[in-house]
Design a protein around this ligand. Sequence first.
Ligand code: ZN
Length: 489
Amino acid sequence: MNAFAEVMDFTRQTEALAQVSGRLGWDQQTVMPRGANAQRSEEMAALEAVLHARRTDPKLGDLLDAAEPPDEAGAAQLRELRRGFARNTRVPARLAAELARITPLSQTAWEEARAAGDVAAFLPWLSQMIALRREEGEAIADGGDPYDALMADYEPETDAASVAAIFDQMRPRLVALRDAVLGADTPPALTGTFDRDGQLRLARKLAERFGYDMGRGRIDLAVHPFSSGSGDDVRITTRVAENDPFNCLYSTLHEVGHGAYEQGVDPAYRLTPIGRGASMGVHESQSRIYENQLGRSRAFCHWLHGEMLAEFGPLNVADADGFYAAANRVTRGYIRTEADEVQYNLHIMLRFDLERGLIDGKLRPDDLEEAWNTRFEADFGIPVDRPANGVLQDVHWSVGLFGYFPTYALGNLYAGCLHQALRADILDLDAQLGAGDLKAATGWLREKLQVHGALRNPRDTIEAACGAAPVAAPLLDYLDAKFGALYRL
Ligand code: ZN
């Protein structure tokens, strides 16, 4: 067997084990008995040790040195494998073990601190986590910038400087739009009680309309919706709030975007390094375009309004346009995950600036809460009332996810580019959306982007699908047009 075939053989088994590990994580957040927590940690740690040993095996390094790619896909496999091998072998085993040990403890400390509103109780954990991740970033960067190295785990081949430049471009237009919208009349929200089973029935119908294959997937309930798995076993979760059906429906569409992406990758890439989404940012572009540009469009909301009437009877909004306005309300709020399309990216910019300060040491953990509160009031015009609505609202930093937040905003930006290109190719898109028909739109995304998995780096993945390099203008133009019309600006 030649070196390339041997690498791929070895890698398929590693990827298969990684899928098993992911499914244990899914199980833990959905159906695992509460009493199994400690045992599950041990099971996952044991599997993680096997995975780490395989990913840093010197034999793999020798094979990667010798392997020659047979074709373009083979070259992409080697690119991903070499990047992963270099990264994993640079992190000392002691550091990897310490991060694995600290992470669940730090997450529990964050949960307790958030519930108690006690930032000080979380700070020792946060400080430890920052120190460990900074050390890891320095090890991976090998003389380069630690924050860039951490970000590359989620969004390869980009850096903080270029993300900062994009954000600087986006901010003035987003702030101007947000201020104009908040100065206009706010449309009524959807109110009432919406039967749980009815919401789940409709969520399932939406998932199927958007091309999520229930034969290779399933939908379960979880406190924080997520998707997991790839290939022929891709699972998503949703949640139900009886007074807010948009929560269930749009959480579902968001996760369907992630899940459909994984289901849509070329089966030839199954259980290989390119048999998955190109990056977290590209992943988020799929969840966002399903949820927002398609799912919250006027045409689709008109169709959904009819479905809601059929499922729940009369609603408190006047008509289909009132329903569309309710699904796209912009109000002042503290919480990133509940933010509308206009304000979402401003939440990300705040976190991006603060976490870069934490990693490079210019912002001390002791000063984080004050820095957050000052910045939040300057950016959003309201003072933070309690830590759960401020610095303690997100899980990310407690589990060491530094460099992850910007991928959400990049995903929105990519979604803007894809939406523009999709509309240029499908001229009667609104007529289709108005009939609840997503086949052409999701088929376009599958053919142009999803099927290729991680064949190309994130930027090139978007460029290949859109015919132009990703920039912020399409997203900003879309937001101005949509919310300008909705709020009669
Ligand atoms: Zn997402």
